[in-house]
Design a protein around this ligand. Sequence first.
Ligand code: 6R9
Length: 647
Amino acid sequence: MSEQLVFQPSAAAIARTHVTKTQYESMYARSVSDPNGFWAEQAKRLDWVQFPTKIKNTSFAYPDVSIKWFEDGVLNVSYNCLDRHLETRGDQTAIVWEGDTPGTDGKATYRELHDRVCRFANVLKANGVKKGDRVTIYMPMVIDTAVAMLACTRIGAVHSVIFGGFSPDSIAGRVIDCGSKIILTADEGRRGGKTIALKKNVDEALAKTEGVEKVIVVKVTGNPVNMVEGRDIWYHDAVATVDADCPPEPMNAEDPLFILYTSGSTGKPKGVLHTTGGYLVYGSLTHQLSFDYRNGEVYWCTADVGWITGHTYIVYGPLANGATTLMFEGVPTYPDASRFWQVVEKHNVNIFHTAPTAIRSLMGAGSEYADKYPMPSLRLLGTVGEPINPEAWTWYRTHVGKDRCEIVDCWWQTETGGHMIAPFPGAIATKPGSATVPFFGVQPVVLSPEGRIQEQTKAEGVLAIKDSWPGQMRSIYGDHQRFVETYFTQYKGYYFTGDGCRRDEDGYYWITGRVDDVLNVSGHRLGTAEVESALVSHPKVSEAAVVGYPHDLKGQGIYCYVTLMAGEAGDDALKAELRTWVRKEIGPIATPDLIQFAPGLPKTRSGKIMRRILRKVAENDFGTLGDTSTLADPAVVNDLIENRQNR
Ligand code: 6R9
């Protein structure tokens, strides 16, 4: 082993592991040489109405990309997450809920959850929802949100969960794109002592869209909201009149399960489409093995269900495995920076999974918050969402894990459905900052920017994947061509991840971040094009270019270069106005950190904005701008440097 620090799995982790190092190696080899045999065996972890006889039928060959797994299998996701556990663990807690306000909590056993899901499903049916219909969910972190998702899967409806931080415009765009006729929401959400006006946002979104016939509103805070006669229904009223019995709809393994919108490098967010069988096999297997989950353990992933991590690793993976999964409504720093650790001790959490941005902000608040809590129940710590700097990794291990917990850094994407590169905790030694080695069936390749495959172990380039795995997205909803163009054209024959990476001499992968125009702000994906189009929709803005720059807490900050309409003055008041504008257009996560008014942007003679230069200036690294000979007007650059905002 080489490269700085290496941590071998602890004796305790080795003693309990589902997969030893030797098993990892032989199983990985088989998953690649005999995917049909390997995944047929793994599929047995689910209960099928009809077990598949066809396992893998996939092609990455441009332009006929097609991905099918278990294609003649029949199953139901909610059955696998609920019904099949009733006999053995009906009274076990399925979901522990911890509210935003300390002292508020709740829980649902598997039996209770099953009952709630069946009733919610009947409410959906009573409101006209049928198999294949798209259902938009814009809800906070409460148990009813998981219930709503599972209720959709019970009747074969396709959910599209929208993160509660997105704006009315973002909701409208997503509702229109998937043609959803029903929205499930709540009066308000709670986060960090504040309320979020979910219903009000839905009302504003619906003022801009047609086609939504029903809005079902769950009462969460109880504050008054506007209810539109004939369209809006209180959930508690609707549920009072339905039956508790709702048989699960038998679904084909390749029937759509959900759509989740995510940012890409161009255009509007894409509706990433996942299907039923492959997603659940992959999500449950990765949940069990990456965290070495054992029956009876309490597992807590701090993500929001509005993101893929919440889908796979709060709801579907854990529940398919009969786990106890914790849902947290709040934020890491409310009421103060010890909240996470209080919750870990209160609920005896064994496995804790969060994001580097949270780790960095808690580290920044001072180690004493974590040091005060011994957290004896903890045995494993996960990190996901962005590259973790070795300093934060080490802090996490020492101050949260007390040097006794395994650290599991999981690299994956909305598109991949589940973990792709992550250490098996009792098998794989870890190195701070590396997501380590591929999961079963995942064949990473490192390509040169020109697309040459780097055969030698030690290599650097862009990360692509050679062949399909069951959790892979199947398409972009309503636009298969865009799916093919986005992921399979740049490097023919491979799935292109959009990430850069380094592979060290031990074959460990180190993800270096996006190589396309996608920002990762506090673990949230954001296309620079989205922020740019929000900016240029402001009447005073003529042109905008947005780039990322290193930010201590957020990982990346949002740096905006803005050219104003003739005669407009770029002052602090306008900066504040533009910040509010972008928040309103997209949501608070897109709020610009730095805005620089620029009389002109650096362009090539053919009119292309030279982002490389803008990135360098934003990084305050303007000494090495590289080749500027193709610039149409070199004077522009001097002005940019002189007025740079990141000093
Ligand atoms: C799961 C999720 C995906 C992008 C991905 C990469 C970054 C996620 C990471 C990581 C380094 C990790 N990313 N996990 N980078 N190490 N462990 O976050 O999905 O929101 O689609 O973002 O996030 O850049 O391409 P998603």
